[in-house]
Design a protein around this ligand. Structure first.
Ligand code: HAM
Length: 423
């Protein structure tokens, strides 16, 4: 029988890779907590309607990439392709707005898009995202971007390029859409098929096209920036000024439009050479009211964790979590005592790895060496008989025998000795 494989576009995150994930999560959790952001966990599937209305039916995400299914009651549900719509649904349904002030939320979890899998692009992938609801202030734009920059720097990625654009208001975009379509129409036949399709459905997305001929046509296209009202332009100037005040460098990209329909004003992406955008976001002032909530200004971003970690893996050695003690034992009595000692050490805050193989001491010692533990604790028949234990420091090979109670009576000394070994 053929063996069952993971579904195309999904993958296992194995223990050897998990250190990166945990490291990123710990860093992000810490940075976001210091900025008073709170974690939110919303369901991984929602009513299909939420995404259709929230993300926009003309987008690729809704039009082509959603995992949509009917449940047994014939209701249409969809695996979330992104996190913002669910957070906004929750914000409205749970009346988080009634608490007043700004809601600062973050989340991390799997998202699902039926895309063509390739390096850095999967059908199940993970995002770390942040949403800040209830402030139209330019400082909210800058605060949220600065936190993304802090997280990316803290994990060790500082070569990403922050690209910025302003998408203005809805009225600005309606005007620009017309200007752009008027410009492109004479070239319609020369555009790539996707862009031809977008000319009526979602013309702004044509700016994102990678097709060479389309790019060439776009070279002289009118820019969205020139269609922005004075107010929108002033707003963007303020955002840029405050970013510079914080020492955050960025590159203007007048063709950056984002792939989801809910954006207005500030839009940004963190670009890498290898995977394209590692993260992106922007302001979405109309989304809460669009989905039935009160008028609420909001901004947020999401970072793709597979892309982020893919880059980290090339830059940094694997973060490993190594045991303090590796317990080697042989013989019934010794094995029982080692089990107990491992538990006592764990309860005292040490990391203790217990060898369960029952194999010859030589084999267990080899595994102890490979484990990266600071020290090995050895119990054989003789030690078990006398309630003794051998303590061997794996770095130096230094070994001593002591009563088990003595070992457990000098935990502070052991802690310092292990810290010294690790330093
Ligand atoms: P997005 O740009 O669609 O924005 O996705 C954010 C990031 O998720 C991307 O930059 C990329 O790193 C990652 N990503 C997207 N699709 C895939 C995929 N198929 N495989 C691997 N990684 C992927 C959003 O999702 C918005 N909700 C961000 C946001 C939050 N805007 C406001 N608030």
């Amino acid at each position: 029988m053929a063996s069952i494989q993971a579904v195309r576009g999904t993958r296992d995150i194995l223990p050897e890779e998990i250190g990166y994930w945990q490291q990123v999560e710990t860093i992000a959790r810490d940075i976001l907590a210091r900025a008073a952001f709170k974690e939110i966990r919303t369901p991984i599937f929602e009513q299909t309607d939420l995404f259709e209305r929230g993300i926009g039916e003309a987008t690729d995400v809704v039009g082509k990439e959603m995992y949509t299914f009917l449940d047994k009651g014939d209701r249409s549900n969809t695996l979330r392709p992104e996190g913002t719509a669910g957070v906004v649904r929750s914000y409205i349904e749970q009346k988080l707005h009634a608490q007043g002030g700004v809601q600062r939320l973050w989340y991390m979890g799997p998202m699902f898009r039926y895309e063509r899998p390739q390096a850095g692009r999967q059908r199940q992938f993970h995002q770390l995202g942040l949403e800040m609801l209830g402030s139209a202030d330019v400082r909210a734009d800058v605060e949220s971007i600065a936190l993304a920059v802090d997280i990316l720097k803290a994990v060790g990625l500082d070569e990403l390029v922050l690209e910025m654009n302003s998408l203005g208001t809805k009225a600005d975009r309606v005007q620009y859409r017309e200007t752009l379509v008027n410009y492109l129409r004479p070239y319609q036949a020369d555009l790539d098929p996707d862009s031809q399709d977008r000319l009526t459905r979602n013309p702004l997305r044509i700016l994102d096209s990678k097709a060479a001929k389309t790019q060439e046509i776009l070279q002289d296209a009118p820019l969205l920036g020139n269609s922005l009202s004075d107010e929108s332009q002033t707003r963007f100037e303020k955002v840029k000024g405050l970013l510079s005040d914080l020492g955050i460098t960025y590159k203007l990209n007048p063709k950056l439009v984002r792939g989801l329909d809910y954006y207005s004003h500030t839009a940004f992406e963190f670009q890498s050479v290898q995977f394209g955008a590692v993260g992106g976001g922007g302001r979405y002032d109309g989304l809460v009211s669009e989905l039935g909530g009160p008028e609420t200004a909001a901004i947020g971003w999401a970072i793709g964790l597979e892309r982020l970690i893919g880059l980290l893996q090339q830059l940094q050695p694997k973060p490993e979590s190594q045991a303090d003690f590796y317990l080697v034992s042989r013989g019934e009595q010794a094995e029982a005592q080692a089990l107990k000692m491992a538990q006592q050490l764990r309860q005292a805050g040490f990391k203790a790895e217990l060898d369960l193989s029952g194999s010859a001491f030589g084999k267990q010692f080899k595994r102890a060496d490979r484990s990266g533990a600071a020290a090995c604790l050895i119990l054989g028949d003789a030690e078990a008989e006398n309630q003794q234990v051998q303590l061997k420091w794996l770095g130096t090979g230094e070994q001593s025998e002591m009563a088990q109670t003595d070992l457990l009576g000098q935990l502070d000394e052991l802690r310092s000795a292990i810290a010294a070994v690790r330093a």
